[in-house]
Design a protein around this ligand. Sequence first.
Ligand SMILES: Cc1cc2nc3c(=O)[nH]c(=O)nc-3n(C[C@H](O)[C@H](O)[C@H](O)COP(=O)(O)OP(=O)(O)OC[C@H]3O[C@@H](n4cnc5c(N)ncnc54)[C@H](O)[C@@H]3O)c2cc1C
Length: 465
Amino acid sequence: MSRAILWFRQDLRLEDNLAWNQAMTHDEVMLVYILDTVNSKDRFMGEASQLWLHHSLTALNIDCDNQLNVFQGDAQQILAKLVDHHAIDAVYWNRCYEPWRTERDAEIKQQLAKKVIVESFNGALLWEPWEVKKADGGPYKVFTPFYRKGCLNRPVRHPVSAKSLKPCFKSDLALKIVDLNLMPKFPWGDQVIASWQPGERGAKAAWDVFLSQGLAHYRQGRDLPWLKAVSRLSPHIHFGEISVNQLWYAIQSMAQDDNTDHFLSELGWREFSYSQLYYQPQMDQKNIQVKFDEFPWQNDQILLKAWQAGQTGIPIVDAGMRELWQTGYMHNRVRMIVGSFLVKNLQVDWRLGERWFWDTLFDADMASNCASWQWVAGCGADAAPYFRIFNPVLQGVKFDANGHYTRKFVPELKKLPDRYLFSPWLAPEGILTQAGIALGKDYPRPIVDLQSSREQALEAYAKIK
Ligand SMILES: Cc1cc2nc3c(=O)[nH]c(=O)nc-3n(C[C@H](O)[C@H](O)[C@H](O)COP(=O)(O)OP(=O)(O)OC[C@H]3O[C@@H](n4cnc5c(N)ncnc54)[C@H](O)[C@@H]3O)c2cc1C
């Protein structure tokens, strides 16, 4: 009779789960999730992620016939205790790539391997970051060669079907999911999760919707925040409720065109983010381009708070920040606009923007979030140059031409004609009155002048150039 622990981490699914399948070769299994509150330190998940995790674990537990054992504390100590207490023969998990986890997991592996079989698998990435290297052995710094030369020449593992659940045993030391205290203490949580279905079935449903409604418009439509042309799979992917291998092969099985190509390359951007994190584990703190260490960030707390609250007086920025607060998600185009506005027009350090996203995004992901913020700020690998500063008025006109998105999240501007929707401060008094808006009362005046703040940002950049 052999007994295994399957340690769930960011792979909260049964299908295409290599660690699951390996555990199911034993006679009995213990299904374990550990909320590591000790080793995660300042990278403990934000409020939105905790809320998602609560629901995702609940869904996983149902899919596992209520056999999930959850714990809280130091994963290393908890696993050591479980192995001794329950006479375990093997421990399996799928790998994670955040530096605090890789460090911890290496120690756990070393410690447990003295007593039991320990094996980890790739359940989160299409290609292992250490395998995708340039001919000289160094990491790629530019996306296109990384993806086209480094990734596409390598095979992608085919997804595997889930083996049946073996007889399970429970630990008397386990907690209930609710004891993890992942639910927010205030009512924001019920509203923000309402339009989502965390868990493997929710991921599959979101994927099916995208395949039938979004994919055919993806290439062009993915820049239009009012159109349902993107998958909204990012939280499901982050928590491993669906694997990127499943997505890759589902797309490969279709007729290939610009839309399928582009979708696969976005999965490639995710791989690129993980590659950057692997080679630069302090990427959440350190600028990839070191010249930015001297950047004279202003970090005005009042401006930062107005940005967080969606009260900057710049409509497309406020729409994005309110979408984030109300839904735990923000469309990619708008993430770029609000990010550029924060680091350039407001001259707030990108790390403060990253932290706010970390706390409020359901898909908050250390690799993608830090790489994307460094990209926006101009200090990352293959980043948008700092001097290319988005004009949020023109961005609104171009990508939300009919104003659907902005009017949805900034309803106080609903009645303003399209011509002034993205720059209400330019509207004549009569038009504002007709639309029922008193600037400074119903909707803020801009917290900065776009033109002069742009010039100041360029002056600041000139100092480090
Ligand atoms: C400032 C900023 C912060 C970001 N923070 C995160 C984050 O914390 N977590 C996160 O998953 N993405 C992040 N992104 C990347 C991107 O915005 C989201 O992945 C995307 O908007 C998710 O929506 P979707 O699932 O509908 O994407 P789709 O367009 O449907 O793309 C499918 C999947 O590809 C991946 N992907 C797409 N674009 C990117 C990208 N640029 N970089 C990395 N992966 C990508 C995601 O896993 C996504 O779910 C950030 C982007 C910016 C500009």
